[in-house]
Design a protein around this ligand. Structure first.
Ligand code: SF4
Length: 352
């Protein structure tokens, strides 16, 4: 029976039982929920730019931006507003409807907030949705960003609570929850997900999705990342997750958070087109578009356009007060050529 009830009381056993369903049964259930609440042929398209790359003091085991790992990512300072605007205009011209900006900080300092707020306001003035991922927020930061025109704040919980200590030692799970609370309290939309394929068990994958679904409000956007192992990081040699297990994670996320937009995030470059198609069927309704995520690769623009055509997918429109943004990635080659990719060889694999 089709059930689209929004719940926040999922037990681990219930979530684990969904993971254990026969694959076709799980996908059937997930797709039913997906098409009941979402256009199954529409995909929201975001572009991600690293506005402050590398040199991060945190120790996230998957991240090439952590200063302590020798990954070849050089630390840079916060980009100038003109440079960000140039990238945002190009992303819009290439068809993105949301512009996500990532900074490799433990969290912004008070003095960083006015600079980021000015960038957010400028990008917003282009008619793009705005998202930022800056790390842990201090008092008043979320509200200042909201006042500047920020739509979404990304802050991932990364993995199951009991596996978190295996991956990150420089902050606590509770720190993440505290920032998410600030984001909700400021009236920002929440983008919050995690990473699979870091050596966790299936039960721990269930724990990640259970924790997301049992937040006080479901994140509007739920990025599900597949680890991209980066040489020099502690997870450089992590075993590759079975692609069908990744599809299961998308489907279970769809069932647990029926109204949220599930984003197929980092790791797409490592997936073949058939796996991506299964993810869209299972409930993924958003992608990053552009040649780079933060430092790791993303399928190139031409490949995404071809995939959309082959699957008859169309980009989701975003209605903003400034007008309707037509996230049309099916543009002429000239328009797409001007996009010049997202980011500049920077950033972590999983920021959003
Ligand atoms: S994921 Fe974010 S907080 Fe963690 S090391 Fe990378 S940039 Fe820093």
């Amino acid at each position: 029976m089709l059930d689209t009830t929004i719940r926040h009381d999922w037990t681990r056993a219930e979530v684990a039982a969904l993971f254990d369903l026969p694959f076709n049964e799980l996908l059937h259930r997930a797709h039913q929920v997906h098409r009941a609440l979402h256009d199954p042929n529409a995909v929201q398209v975001s572009t991600l730019l690293s506005i402050k790359t590398g040199g991060c003091p945190e120790d996230c085991a998957y991240c090439p931006q952590a200063a302590r790992y020798d990954t070849g990512v050089a630390a840079q300072k916060l980009m100038e507003i003109d440079e960000v605007m140039e990238r945002a205009r190009a992303a819009k011209a290439a068809g993105a409807s949301r512009f996500c900006m990532g900074a490799a900080w433990r969290g912004p300092k008070d003095r960083d907030i006015p600079k980021v707020a000015a960038i957010v306001s400028a990008v917003k003035s282009l008619g793009l949705e705005t998202c930022a991922t800056l790390g842990m927020l201090g008092d008043g930061h979320a509200q200042a960003l909201k006042d500047a025109g920020l739509d979404y704040y990304n802050h991932n919980i990364d993995t199951a609570p009991e596996f978190y200590g295996e991956i990150i030692h420089t902050r606590e799970y509770q720190d993440r929850l505290g920032t998410l609370e600030q984001v909700r309290d400021a009236g920002l939309k929440t983008c919050c997900g995690g990473i699979v394929g870091m050596g966790e068990t299936r039960d721990q994958r269930a724990g990640l999705l259970q924790a997301l679904a049992n937040l006080p409000a479901h994140p509007q956007s739920v990025p599900i990342n597949q680890l991209v192992p980066v040489p020099g990081t502690p997870l450089a040699n992590a075993d590759r997750l079975d692609p069908f297990e990744f599809v299961r994670a998308i489907a279970v996320a769809r069932l647990l958070m029926p109204a949220s937009v599930i984003r197929l995030s980092a790791g797409r470059q490592q997936m073949d087109d058939a796996v991506q198609a299964l993810c869209f069927f299972a409930g993924a309704g958003s992608i990053f578009y552009g040649e780079k995520l933060l430092t790791t690769g993303n399928p190139d623009v031409a490949a995404d356009r071809a995939l959309f055509r082959r699957l008859n997918l169309h980009p989701m429109e975003v209605v903003e007060h400034a007008g309707t943004v037509h996230a049309d990635i099916m543009q002429t080659d000239d328009a797409v050529a001007g996009q010049a990719g997202c980011g500049q060889g920077c950033g972590c694999s999983t920021a959003a």
